[in-house]
Design a protein around this ligand. Structure first.
Ligand code: EPZ
Length: 434
């Protein structure tokens, strides 16, 4: 089992480059199912989740070739098999993005229900509601979503896709992709406005779709008979960029970030500045993040875009464990997304969980410990904590982190961190009582 071993206390300094966005690349790859032609995706991050989705695309009849380190080329070979198997879907929830494209392009789809994960139940009811609104007949059988379009075609419809916690990124992506090949006009009210949806919509339009209202909560799609091949460059990962910004702030460092999509990090930058962190946009386009004075406590609530992103919550909590006062961090997207708090408390943090909030009382220092990653953002938070803690921290179950961060230890080492990846079984095999 791989683990990251970190000796903390070194302020991060230097320049780091952000990779392509995981949550941008996944829907773009799924969208290639809709195309009759050749699609080229550039700046695709080299992550396990990407490789898993590429494997599923091959199983449903696409040729998926990695023609360069971060470039994928896809082509349709066969439409015989439209089943996304449990064995692969259970490894990567975003496989649900294949449901809409397979259904719209081929008239049928069988996609394993993704199941939940540690951050929450992760329901897909909005995906199903939206596709049913387009005329799909959908049954749940033996853990699979079995969908078919009567007569092989979906039909456009007006719908509201917002859920109990606001809009849904995944449901918006699924229904948007399906509507591109439906007969007639579709209006999606309550659509997610995350930047990844905008990138997906522009890619679909380059494939020949007709989508209006991009980057707004109201998408209007006029269905077309077929979509051609197209090219797309995956945008830089705003969450990875935010993670490095918080790590620079937490360690009291001075870091420059290449390709940081500042336009899509407004809420994160605002919170960091409120906490006493300097965030500067330099002439050469790099974003400079440094902190010299004490960290001030802040209150934050995660919201859908452009609010503070839930995917940046754990990282901020790790930083706030060292603030001069009490911070309250509330989750409106995933109320259970606080697994990192118990691990941070093992490092000397003082965090109290109250319903869907974490109350973080700042402490003078953290101390290194063995900790366990539970999901990719919690894992990133533990790395940040290890970078500032006194002594040695070992972060176990690094595979969680590798799902969303390309070569994380190399990037932090490039900023002066003392961090390495060890393989094999640690001397004391870490088993946490249930
Ligand atoms: C995407 O997940 C991201 N994953 C998540 O990132 C991110 O946390 C999430 O959006 C919110 O921004 C990918 O893009 C691959 P949602 P998704 O549907 O689409 C509820 C990471 O760390 N909901 O926007 O699954 C849901 O319970 C991952 O990179 C329903 O009620 O999230 C949640 O409260 C973690 N019914 C809220 O909506 C549904 O059918 C937002 O979920 C779907 C969602």
């Amino acid at each position: 089992m791989e683990r990251l071993v970190i000796s903390g206390g070194t302020p991060l300094e230097g320049t780091v480059r952000v990779s392509g966005a995981k949550n941008g690349a996944l829907p773009l790859l799924a969208a290639t199912v809709l195309s009759e032609g050749r699609c080229v995706l550039q700046n695709v991050p080299d992550l396990k989740d990407i490789r898993t989705l590429a494997e599923i695309l091959r199983e449903v009849g696409l040729s998926v070739e990695k023609t360069a380190p971060n470039t994928y080329v896809t082509r349709l070979l066969s439409e015989e098999n439209s089943v996304a198997r449990y064995e692969l879907v259970s490894q990567m929830r975003a496989s649900i993005y294949l449901l809409g494209p397979l259904l719209a392009k081929r008239g049928e789809a069988r996609v394993s229900l993704p199941g939940g994960c540690v951050i929450g139940l992760r329901p897909v009811d909005l995906h199903i509601k939206g596709l049913r609104a387009l005329g799909a007949e959908i049954e749940l059988e033996h853990g699979y979503i079995v969908a078919r379009a009567p007569g092989g075609r979906l039909r456009g419809a007006r719908m509201f896709l917002g859920g109990p916690n606001g809009s849904s990124v995944g449901a918006t992506a699924n229904v948007l992709m399906a509507a591109c090949l439906a007969d007639g006009k579709t209006i999606i009210e309550g659509a997610a406005c995350e930047p990844e949806i905008g990138v997906l919509a522009r890619f679909l339009n380059r494939m020949g779709a007709t989508i209006e209202g991009i980057d707004t909560p109201r998408l209007v799609i006029t269905g077309v008979p077929a979509l051609r091949g197209a090219r797309v460059t995956v945008p830089p990962d705003r969450i990875e960029a935010g993670t490095f910004m918080v790590a620079a702030a937490a360690t009291g460092g001075d870091v420059r970030i290449e390709e940081a999509p500042l336009d899509h990090l407004g809420a994160v930058v605002a919170k960091l500045r409120e906490a006493g962190v300097e965030v500067l946009e330099e002439d050469d386009g790099l974003v400079r993040v440094r902190r010299q004075g004490p960290l001030r406590p802040v209150n934050v609530t995660t919201l859908t875009y452009p609010g503070y992103p839930t995917d940046m919550q754990a990282q901020l909590v790790a930083m706030l464990t060292l603030a001069d006062g009490i911070s309250v961090v509330s989750e409106k997207i995933y109320p259970d997304r606080f697994m990192h708090c118990a691990e941070l408390n093992r490092m000397g943090a003082q965090i109290l969980k109250q319903a869907a909030s974490a109350i973080v009382r700042g402490v003078p220092r953290l101390s290194g410990a063995d900790v366990m990653a539970s999901d990719l953002r919690a894992g990133a938070a533990l790395v940040i904590a290890g970078l500032v803690a006194e002594g040695r921290t070992t972060v176990h179950r690094v595979y969680h982190i590798d799902r969303g961060y390309e070569r994380i230890e190399e990037k932090f080492r490039g900023l002066g961190a003392c961090i390495e990846r060890l393989r094999g079984t640690p001397s004391t095999t870490l088993k946490r009582a249930a």
